[in-house]
Design a protein around this ligand. Structure first.
Ligand SMILES: [Zn+2]
Length: 400
C-alpha cells in the first residue's frame, strides 16, 4: 500500500474538513482554537480553511472573546443570508413559495390559490413565472407534492394526479429543481435544522401523510410510498380520493373535522372560520377538535408501535389547530400507549407552521450544500446545467 494521496482524495478531505467546520459553527459561534479542538484538525489547517470560507463570504468574524476557560480569540459565525434556496409547496388548495437562508430564516414567502382543477402544466407554469424574477443567487428550488414521489410522480390522490413525468415541465426553470413528498421534505427539514435522529413528521390537512426519519435516515421504501399512512385501510366506509374505501384519512382528514363540527350543529363553513370559533371558545368548535385530538392520539399510539420515534411533529393545517387538539391528544395517547415510554412521547407543532413543506423543499438544497462543505455553490451548474444531479439522482445522505 502506498501512502500517496491522490488529487481526488485531497479534494474529498478538504470538503469533509470544511463540512466539519460549518457543522460546528451551525451550533453557535466559535473561535479558531475551539474549532481546532472540536474538529481535531491542526490549527494551521483550521486557519487556512477559515480564511477560505471568509473569502467566500460564508463566514464572518464577530466579537473578540476571552472566555473563563479556553483561549481568547475572535468568534466566527456563519454569515446570515450568505446562501439561500427556494422552496415551494404545491398543496391541494394553493402554492407557497419562499426563500430560506442557510441558517433557517425565511427571507420572504408568497402564497397563491388556484383553480381546483388546475393541472400540472398550469400550476408549474405559474410557479415558474413566480420563480423567474427571484431565482438569482438561489442554490436551487425544492418543491413538494402531497403524493408518492420517486423518479416520477406516481400518485397524488388529493390533486388527482397519477403517474406523471414532470421533468419536461421543469426544464424551463432557471435553476436546479428537486421534488419531494411534502411530509418527507418536512421531516428532513426538522433533521437539518434541529438534529433529531428519530422522528415522525405528521402532515395533516385535507390528507394525512407521515415522514419518518429513523436513525438519521429518511424512510422512503422501494417506491417512495413509505409513510403514506393516510391510506392505511380501516373498517370505515367513506370513499377516499385514492379510489379506495375506508382509508384512515377519510376519518382523520380536516374535511371530516369540519363535517363533524357541522353535524354537531356548528356554524363554521370552512377551516378558517372553525379556527376563529375555536379561538373564541365556541363549544361546538372545541368539541369537534377534542374528538379529532382523541382520534389523533390513537393514531400516534399506532405510529409509536410502528416506528418508535423520539419526537412527533405535527404539521399541515393541523399545526394551527394544535392548541385545541393537544389536551385530548395527550390523554388519548397516554390511555392507548403500548409501552410506558410512549405515554410521554413528545408531540409538538411544526416550528414553521404551514410553511414547513416549502421550508423542507428548500432544505433539500441547503442540506446538500452543507454536505458538500459549501463547495457546490462555486459552480452550482457545472454539471452542464442538469438538475438531475440533485433532483433525481443520488439522494443518499440528504439531511442525514
Ligand atoms: Zn386512500
Amino acid at each position: 500500500m502506498g501512502a500517496r494521496v491522490r488529487k481526488g482524495d485531497t479534494q474529498e478531505i478538504r470538503r469533509l474538513n470544511r463540512r466539519a467546520i460549518l457543522e460546528h459553527l451551525r451550533q453557535g459561534p466559535l473561535t479558531r482554537a475551539e474549532l481546532s479542538r472540536r474538529t481535531g484538525l491542526a490549527k494551521s489547517a483550521i486557519s487556512r480553511l477559515v480564511d477560505e470560507l471568509l473569502q467566500e463570504g460564508l463566514l464572518e468574524e464577530g466579537a473578540f472573546t476571552s472566555p473563563p476557560l479556553g483561549r481568547p480569540g475572535t468568534l466566527l459565525h456563519l454569515r446570515p443570508r450568505a446562501r439561500f434556496a427556494l422552496g415551494a409547496e404545491l398543496g391541494v388548495e394553493g402554492t407557497v413559495l419562499l426563500a430560506l437562508d442557510w441558517r433557517g430564516e425565511v427571507l420572504w414567502a408568497r402564497e397563491w390559490r388556484h383553480d381546483p382543477h388546475a393541472g400540472p402544466e398550469e400550476r408549474l407554469d405559474r410557479l415558474r413565472q413566480e420563480v423567474l424574477p427571484r431565482a438569482t443567487g438561489a442554490l436551487g428550488l425544492g418543491f413538494t407534492l402531497p403524493g408518492v414521489v420517486g423518479d416520477r410522480l406516481l400518485l397524488a390522490p388529493n390533486l388527482g394526479w397519477r403517474d406523471l413525468d414532470l421533468r419536461p415541465l421543469l426544464s424551463g426553470f432557471p435553476l436546479a429543481v428537486a421534488m419531494e413528498n411534502d411530509a418527507k421534505a418536512s421531516a428532513l427539514s426538522e433533521v437539518f435544522f434541529h438534529g433529531e435522529a428519530n422522528l415522525a413528521y405528521v402532515v395533516l390537512s385535507t390528507g394525512l401523510g407521515v415522514g419518518v426519519v429513523a436513525e438519521g435516515r429518511l424512510l422512503r421504501g422501494a417506491n417512495g410510498a413509505a409513510g403514506e399512512l393516510g391510506h392505511w385501510l380501516g373498517p370505515g366506509e367513506r370513499a377516499c380520493a385514492c379510489g379506495r374505501v375506508g382509508c384512515l384519512e377519510t376519518a382523520l382528514g380536516l374535511g371530516t373535522l369540519l363535517a363533524h363540527h357541522q353535524a354537531l350543529g356548528g356554524r363554521a363553513e370552512d377551516l378558517e372560520a372553525l379556527l376563529h370559533l375555536a379561538r373564541q371558545g365556541d363549544p361546538l368548535a372545541l368539541q369537534a377538535l377534542a374528538h379529532l385530538g382523541e382520534a389523533l392520539g390513537r393514531f400516534l399510539a399506532n405510529l409509536a408501535v410502528a416506528y418508535d420515534p423520539a419526537l412527533v411533529v405535527v404539521g399541515g393545517k393541523a399545526a394551527e389547530f394544535f392548541p385545541f387538539l393537544e389536551a385530548s391528544l395527550r390523554r388519548s395517547l397516554e390511555a392507548h400507549a403500548f409501552v410506558e415510554a410512549h405515554r410521554a412521547l413528545p408531540v409538538r407543532p411544526s416550528v414553521y407552521g404551514h410553511l414547513a413543506p416549502a421550508v423542507g423543499g428548500a432544505s433539500l438544497f441547503l442540506a446538500r450544500f452543507l454536505e458538500l462543505g459549501g463547495l457546490w455553490a462555486e459552480s452550482p451548474r457545472r454539471n452542464g446545467g442538469r438538475y438531475e444531479e440533485v433532483a433525481f439522482g443520488d439522494r443518499r445522505g440528504l439531511g442525514a
